[in-house]
Design a protein around this ligand. Structure first.
Ligand code: IPM
Ligand code: MN
Length: 353
């Protein structure tokens, strides 16, 4: 029987509630497909600050690195917002990504047919949207040196080296081969030197993938095109900060930020997490939408373990729950036959499997 060790970081706010539902679903899918999962929990973010004074304890780094993959909830909250920046939960997250070597962040944005009305865009614009944003995650302006701030100025540096661009480009082209065979690389090559290097390098790597159509777009235009005609995109390849911004924009095509998963893969291990945050305002109320986290568990099965059938089973179970009219509160206005709480949504998806 296949056996996988999953490290679990529940985090803050709604993190624990939504991760519990994903574990519930994993256990059911494991039984059905004869896969054994074992879980080890680690602290990160605000809860780690409260327990240890450090948003990213060394034990967490070591434990996650030793695991087969990590399932992550969400971190942060107002409670820790006034700490100096290096001590805040977000700094722990950035350090975590770097330590894990997860340079490739995959953020799908797709539209569930049952929820086409939930988007702020017209159904005719978003129906059938299926985009994968491939965001470079451990380089660019988030990490570039020099950086700093004094009383008079603040500065950060956007740096990309050729090997950093090459490895993320390969990920995007390989993914495109399994999807719509199109890569649109996003940059600001009309202004930034770093973007000119990005574009030259992507073109060179693209030549190794003759079956993939490569196009380029400036980031400002891409922001506009995502709203004007999102169906034109298949894989969007971007650097760290452009990907941060565009993936939030792309997520809104689907109507609810509570639906979308993400995968961060790279050199050592992989981390799977919902793209939404810790939503401290609704924590503990049992109303959070667990679907993004459950869907992240499906990505884990697909990308880390190659358990395609089990992943499909989860995806189909989510779709069936949608089709049958079960909605958490965030989507109550869109085709709900029954509004259910976080745990009930987990039960329904587990049952569908
Ligand atoms: C994200 C978040 C993070 C980022 C923050 C919390 C550091 O916005 O995962 O997109 O900017 O990468
Ligand atoms: Mn973001």
């Amino acid at each position: 029987m296949a056996n996988y060790n999953i490290s679990i970081i529940k985090g803050d706010g709604i993190g624990p509630e939504i991760v519990d539902e994903a574990i519930k679903v994993l256990n059911v899918v494991g039984k059905k497909f004869d896969i054994n999962f074992s879980y080890t929990e680690y602290l990160m973010g605000g809860c780690a600050i409260d327990a240890t004074g450090n948003p990213l304890p060394q034990e967490t780094v070591d434990g996650v690195l030793a695991s087969d993959a990590c399932l992550f909830g969400a971190i942060g909250g107002q409670k820790w917002d006034n700490l100096p920046r290096e001590l805040r939960p977000e700094s722990g997250l950035l350090r975590f990504r770097k330590e894990m070597g997860v340079f490739a962040n995959l953020r799908p944005a797709m539209v569930y047919d049952e929820l086409v009305d939930a988007s702020s865009l017209k159904p005719s614009v978003i129906q059938g949207v299926d985009i994968m944003v491939v965001r470079e995650l451990i380089g660019g302006i988030y990490f570039g040196e020099p950086k700093g701030k004094d009383e008079f100025k603040g500065w950060n540096t956007m740096v990309y080296t050729v090997p950093e661009i090459e490895r993320i480009a390969h990920i995007a082209f390989k993914l495109a081969l399994k999807r719509g065979k199109k890569v649109c690389s996003i940059d600001k090559a009309n202004v930034l030197d770093v973007s000119q290097l990005w574009r030259d390098t992507v073109i060179r790597i693209g030549a190794q993938y003759p079956d993939v159509e490569l196009t380029h777009m400036y980031v400002d235009n891409a922001a506009m095109q995502l709203i004007a005609n999102p169906r034109q995109f298949d894989v969007m390849l971007t650097g760290n900060i452009f990907g941060d911004i565009l993936s939030d924009e792309a997520s809104m095509l689907s109507g609810s930020i509570g639906l979308l998963p993400s995968a961060s893969t790279g050199l050592k291990t992989a981390v799977y997490e919902p793209i939404h945050g810790s939503a401290p305002d609704i924590a503990g109320m049992g109303i959070a939408n667990p679907i993004a986290t459950i869907s992240s568990a499906s990505m884990m099965l697909r990308y880390s373990f190659g358990e395609e059938k089990a992943a499909d089973a989860i995806d189909n179970a989510i779709k069936k729950a949608m089709k049958d009219g079960f909605r958490t509160k965030d989507l109550a206005a869109f085709g709900a036959i029954e509004v259910v709480n976080t745990s009930k949504m987990g039960d329904i998806i587990a049952l569908n499997i």
